[in-house]
Design a binder for this molecule. Structure first.
Ligand code: BES
Ligand code: MN
Ligand code: MN
Length: 463
């Protein structure tokens, strides 16, 4: 282990330069224009796996973007860690808000990252974090210190719903056989407070369309006489929360798993500073569901949010018009036991039922995914906890996250495997936003911590 750690120290600069090169490739999975770049990224990852010492590397074709697989089996009687990550990234727009181009990585110091952070789309989500695993593996391989078997499954469609990964898992049960899945695609509380993610929210995502007159109308000639689809949509959306910010869709909360008082008390122990929170977002105040703390609102409570809304005239100047149509994209973050398809149905029925006369409405479902909770009384959690304690010198705190990684529950259903969510990003790293970045401290800390997870997981599995 000592050799592994000194190998990491001696190769810090190279690791960073390699990540810079990887971040230069715009692997935007959502946009067909980047299809070739996505593939080029997959090929790069396969190369990195090869150089690190993995075997049986394959760029696995899917109906969409490829999955990169690689493995190192040293002894069938030893445990096997299946590492999952994604090499695809979110679109970079709005590009005009980036202080440096999204695919030209630069290192800059920030208040939170005084050692510097690497700025680029995908730096934290998830190229930078996925790359930590390849480099940790390389370090163990080059120093003859790999304690167990490892398999890598790095996909290119996480940001668009991972549809083909489910098919891949179904078709590759034997190849993917393992004892645990290890994922770094989440965050930690702050750089002084290591934490292990123990839950993720689910997701139901859909699009709505409200149609009024058969064409855009002169708002003087027709205004006041016909329903305006944008007015109507705004009112319909507005009515989906009550004065306590509860969601008004009948049945929405029926299956929500409530936490015990003890669990809520445990959650309240995590460090949180409201003033800093507001300051970081330039908010005069926060807002959310009555009866719950900010940490709870953002992790163990379900939500309904409009992600985008459009219709009518939005160009320069004024145009007096009553639009024919209004649209919105709506996401609902779900908690354990809520079933995405059921929630989509509840939403659809309700949306239809509250549509006033004079408009027609349509709901189109997009992707969804189940929430997940990961056990803390398991070898996987214990090993992650001990690994963090070794490298941070501090015990890790279990944290329920508000984000979604739908494949975590899929892995459990399809492969019968539990996942350990050992992430090193920070909420302030601006993932999915302009100026996404990843702290160098976090990048290196991740590379240093992962080999200890391997070591402790192997030791604990054998006892
Ligand atoms: N890595 C994120 C999810 C995440 C980030 C979880 C931080 C916990 C902490 C992932 O890439 C992501 O963005 N997921 C999407 C859902 C997906 C179906 C597009 C999300 O949460 O919006
Ligand atoms: Mn991610
Ligand atoms: Mn993401």
């Amino acid at each position: 282990m000592e050799n592994t750690q000194s190998f990491i120290k001696n190769n810090r600069e190279r690791f960073l330069n390699e990540l810079v090169d990887l971040l230069k490739i715009p692997s935007v999975s959502a946009d067909a224009a980047y299809k070739g770049e996505v593939r080029r990224t997959a090929e790069e990852i396969a190369n990195f796996m090869k150089e690190a010492g993995a075997e049986n590397i394959e760029i696995c074709e899917t109906a969409g973007h490829p999955i990169v697989y690689g493995e190192k089996i040293i002894n069938a009687s030893l445990p096997t860690i299946l590492v999952y990550g994604h090499y695809d990234v979110q679109p970079a727009d709005p590009i005009e808000l980036w202080t440096s181009p999204a695919f030209e990585p630069v290192i800059k110091k920030t208040e939170i990252h005084p050692e510097g952070a690497i700025f680029a789309r995908g730096a934290c989500d998830d190229k930078g974090q996925m790359f930590m695993h390849l480099k940790a593996f390389e370090a163990m391989m080059k120093t003859n210190d790999l304690p167990c078997n490892v398999k890598f499954m790095i996909e290119g469609e996480e940001e668009i719903g991972s549809e083909n990964l489910g098919i891949f898992c179904k078709a590759n049960h034997t190849r993917l056989a393992a004892d645990i899945i290890l994922v770094s695609d989440t965050g930690m509380i702050n750089n002084e407070t290591p934490s292990i993610t123990t839950g993720l929210r689910g997701l139901s995502y859909l699009e709505v369309e409200v149609t009024g007159p058969n064409r855009d109308l002169h708002s003087g000639l027709y205004g006041g006489c016909v329903a305006n689809p944008i007015n109507v949509l705004a009112k319909m959306i507005g009515s989906m929360h009550d004065e306590n910010n509860h969601i008004t869709i009948p049945g929405f909360y029926d299956k929500v798993q409530e936490l015990t008082a003890a669990e809520r008390m445990q959650m309240a122990k995590a460090p949180f500073n409201l003033e800093n929170y507001k300051k970081a977002l330039n908010l005069t105040d926060i807002q959310g569901e009555a009866g719950y703390s900010t940490i709870e609102r953002g992790s163990i409570r379900p939500t309904l949010d409009v992600n985008g809304i459009w219709g009518g005239y939005t160009g320069e100047g004024a145009k007096t018009v009553i639009p024919s149509k209004a649209f919105a994209k709506i996401s609902m973050r779900l908690v354990p036991n809520q079933v995405p398809s059921e929630i989509t149905e509840l939403f659809t029925n309700y949306f239809n039922s509250i549509a006033p006369v004079g408009v027609r409405v349509k709901v189109t479902p997009h992707h969804g995914g189940d929430a997940a909770v990961t056990p803390i009384d398991s070898i996987g959690y214990e090993a992650a906890s001990k690994a963090c304690e070794t490298t941070f010198g501090k015990k890790a705190i279990p944290v329920r996250s508000g984000g979604s990684i739908p494949i975590v529950s899929m892995f459990e259903k399809e492969l019968g495997l539990k996942t350990v969510l050992l992430g090193f990003g920070l909420d302030s790293d601006a993932i999915h936003s302009p100026n996404e970045h990843f702290g160098l401290f976090n990048f290196y800390k991740g590379i240093e911590t992962i080999p200890y997870f391997y070591k402790y997981f192997t030791e604990m599995s054998q006892n």
